[in-house]
Design a protein around this ligand. Structure first.
Ligand code: ARG
Length: 451
């Protein structure tokens, strides 16, 4: 009776739709049923409700589940609607389900229960992507390509080395997601509204039944904390930022003819029949904008909220579930695009020395021969002005020699042989010489792949 009176008083009015999260709560419908079941089992085990009532409530929950979210009665949210549906089936005893809890600890538990699945799905997608990056890196451990800084040819590297750079970033993204998972996977249930409960609840038991790794211990922290949402959104945004860089690179490489995307990961134009566009990668790049917005939005919503529960929190989680799903999909698409793209090995090799990208190697060689590196840098910089892509190694070496004579009064041969200089000008030799730990030389790449 009391419930009905109170509900009637707050059940109408023009703000009803604004207050209700029932539609968005579809995302936590399954979670809420799981939380209700665990809570009722614990209440029965603790002797807080009769076994018979608990059994009726559990049967009603099965029935509510079978009917689906769409069949729920009207309510301010899924928690209220499911409770009403249980009471409709069981009678007033169904109202015992909500003993020793509040919607505040209930919703916090539901969000964590749902989000941990999303985080695992994103983390799993990062493993798929990492596997694709490693597979192609091993296939192209010796494929020489131009390496860029400031979008200009900088030093030759290999496709294997390039892809391993993203495998490293994606690996850290996996760790961030799993870190967020660890802190999400704690149970707030039993914290009640924020202030605990006089009933002899067993919080460890519900945590265990729901597969949580432990408790959010303090009951006020349990009901209020949403930092795990910010952390999840940020981990997704950071991953998405990694993906956007990879996508941008692959778009640029396909534009230069260094790489051809599989048709499965391309799109065409409705008017220009010759077009093959890298749309999947552009969308991947685009998702990063949404993910960054979500991270910013979540932090903005949480900023300055007083303890303990405030209704603002109702708006915090649904969009995090959505962005996790978008980022997961973008990660899977990036993995597919990487796994199926065709690298133009010959065009890459032909372009690898463009823009005198072996200049650093020549300076390194002179320094190895005993010249101070700064002097070597000056000589090669002076020669670079006169060297162009059409020069053969002998011509380029002669120009470096000329610069050396002008600047030091000594020929190059005082430091290194002409053959060594010509070798340093060869992109493949240049790559092979840079075998420092984590470097691009095929040996170093093979070691990284093995690790
Ligand atoms: N649906 C709400 C939320 O998502 C939970 C309800 C708690 N409501 C309240 N007035 N304390 O946060």
């Amino acid at each position: 009776g009391g419930t009905a009176v109170r509900r009637d008083r707050f059940s109408g009015g023009p703000a009803r739709a604004f207050l209700s999260s029932l539609a968005a709560d579809e995302a936590i419908f399954a979670a809420d049923l799981a939380v209700d079941r665990a809570h009722v089992v614990m209440l029965a085990e603790q002797g807080i409700v009769d076994d018979a009532v608990a059994g009726e409530v559990l049967a009603a929950l099965d029935d509510v589940e079978a009917a689906g979210h769409g069949a729920l009665p009207d309510g301010e949210d899924v928690h209220e609607a499911i409770e009403t549906a249980v009471i409709d089936r069981v009678g007033p005893d169904g109202g015992r389900m909500h003993t020793a809890r509040s919607r505040n600890d209930e919703v916090a538990t539901c969000i964590r229960y749902r989000l941990r699945e999303d985080l695992l799905a994103v983390a799993e997608a990062t493993l798929t992507l990492r596997e694709a990056l490693l597979d192609v890196a091993s296939e192209h451990a010796e494929t020489v390509m131009p390496g860029y800084t400031h979008l200009q040819p900088a030093q030759p590297t290999t496709v294997g080395h390039y892809l391993l750079s993203y495998a490293g970033g994606v690996g850290r993204d996996t760790e961030r997601l799993l870190g967020a998972y660890d802190r999400t996977n704690r149970s707030p249930l039993g914290g009640a509204a924020f202030a605990g409960t006089p009933f002899d609840v067993d919080r460890e038991r519900t945590a265990d039944l729901l597969g949580f790794d432990g408790l959010v211990h303090n009951s006020m922290d349990a009901a209020s904390a949403r930092d795990f949402l910010a952390e999840a959104a940020t981990a997704c945004a950071t991953l998405s930022t990694t993906l956007s860089g990879l996508a941008e690179d692959l778009i640029l490489f396909s534009n230069k003819g260094f790489l051809e995307l599989s048709d499965d990961y391309s799109s065409t134009s409705s008017i220009m029949p010759q077009k093959k566009n890298p749309d999947t990668l552009e969308l991947t790049r685009g998702v990063a904008g949404d993910a960054i917005g979500e991270a910013t939005g979540t932090l903005s919503l949480l900023k300055g909220l007083p303890r303990a529960y405030n209704r603002d929190l109702q708006r915090a989680h649904a969009s995090v579930f959505e962005i996790a799903d978008d980022v997961r999909e973008a990660t899977e698409v990036a993995a597919g695009a990487v796994a199926t793209a065709d690298w133009a090995v010959e065009d890459l090799a032909a372009a690898a020395g463009d823009g005198f990208s072996t200049a650093t190697g020549v300076a390194d060689l002179l320094a190895t021969g005993g010249m101070p590196f700064r002097t070597a840098h000056e000589i090669v910089a002076a020669a670079a002005e006169g060297i162009d892509d059409a020069d053969d190694p002998a011509t380029a070496a002669a120009k470096v020699d000329e610069a050396a004579r002008e600047i030091t009064g000594e020929p190059l041969s005082a430091y290194v042989s002409r053959e060594e200089v010509e070798a340093a000008l060869d992109p493949t030799e240049s790559v092979a010489s840079r075998d420092s730990t984590g470097g691009p030389a095929p040996d170093a790449v093979a070691e990284a792949l093995a690790a």
